[in-house]
Design a protein around this ligand. Structure first.
Ligand code: 1GP
Length: 233
C-alpha cells in the first residue's frame, strides 16, 4: 500500500452523500491511490462507519479527514487533521484539534495522524463559511501560507482547497514552486481528465470529490489522466 504522502490521486467520499454499491465498487477499483472520507456537514459517526465498512470490502487505502472529532473511529489507514490557516477563528486552527487530543491523545497513534495546513480558496464553499476563512486572498498571500506551512509550522501537507470551484493552475504552480519538503494537495472543481492532468502537473496530489456524484464516468477518467501525466514527465 502506498503511503498517503506518496499518493498522486485520491477520491474524496462524503459520508453524508449517497453512492450506490456499483458506483462505489467502480471508485474503489478505479486504480486511484486511495480514498479520503470527509465532508463538512452531516458527518456523523454512523455514516462514517457505514461508508468505511463498504470501502473495506476492497483493498484500496482509506484515510479519514476529520471535521468532527465525534466521528473519529479506528479502522482507517490514517487520519488527516486539517488546520485552517486563513481564518482568524482559532477554533479551526487549533481549538478543535486541542480538544480532540485532550480527549484521545493518550490512545492516539501519532504515526497514523497527518496534519494538514489548509488554505480555503473558494469563499462560497461550506468549509469557508463554517470556518470563517478569508478566501479573498491573492497569490502572494497563498505563497506566504505555503512558506509558513513548510518552514514555520513544518507540516507535511499544504492543502489548497477550492472545493466546488476550479482553481487557478498558475497559482497552484507558484505554490508548488516554493515547497520542497511539504506536499502540495490540490482539491476543487476537477470535473474530468483534462483538469486532472492540468492540476497534477503542479500539485503532488489531486483530490476529486463532487464529480463522483455528478458525473461518475468523467470522474473515473481522472485516475488515468494522472498516470498519463506522470508517464510524460
Ligand atoms: C473537497 O477538495 C475536495 O474537499 C474536492 O473538491 O468536491 O470540488 O472536487 P471537489
Amino acid at each position: 500500500m502506498k503511503d498517503f504522502l506518496e499518493w498522486r490521486h485520491a477520491f474524496k467520499l462524503d459520508p453524508a452523500k449517497e453512492l450506490d454499491d456499483e458506483a462505489l465498487e467502480r471508485v474503489c477499483e478505479s486504480g486511484t491511490d486511495g480514498i479520503i472520507v470527509g465532508g463538512t456537514d452531516g458527518v456523523t459517526l454512523d455514516n462514517v462507519l457505514a461508508i468505511l465498512m463498504r470501502i473495506r470490502r476492497f483493498s484500496v487505502p482509506v484515510m479519514l479527514e476529520v471535521s468532527d472529532p465525534d466521528a473519529i473511529t479506528p479502522g482507517f489507514d490514517g487520519f488527516l487533521i486539517p488546520s485552517v490557516l486563513n481564518t482568524n477563528d482559532a477554533r479551526w486552527i487549533k481549538g478543535h484539534q486541542h480538544a480532540a487530543i485532550r480527549e484521545f491523545g493518550e490512545l492516539m497513534d501519532f504515526e497514523e495522524v497527518i496534519p494538514e495546513g489548509y488554505v480555503i480558496l473558494n469563499p462560497d464553499c461550506k468549509a469557508a463559511k463554517l470556518t470563517g476563512a478569508d478566501a479573498a486572498i491573492d497569490e502572494e498571500d497563498i505563497l506566504a501560507y505555503a512558506r509558513m506551512v513548510e518552514h514555520f509550522f513544518r507540516l507535511p501537507v499544504l492543502y489548497l482547497e477550492y472545493s466546488g470551484t476550479y482553481g487557478d493552475p498558475e497559482t497552484v504552480r507558484a505554490a508548488a514552486g516554493v515547497l520542497h519538503q511539504t506536499r502540495l494537495v490540490y482539491g476543487g472543481g476537477i470535473r474530468g481528465p483534462e483538469q486532472a492532468a492540468e492540476m497534477a502537473a503542479h500539485a503532488d496530489l489531486i483530490v476529486v470529490g463532487n464529480a463522483l456524484y455528478d458525473n461518475l464516468a468523467a470522474a473515473l477518467k481522472t485516475v488515468r489522466a494522472v498516470k498519463e501525466t506522470d508517464k510524460m514527465t
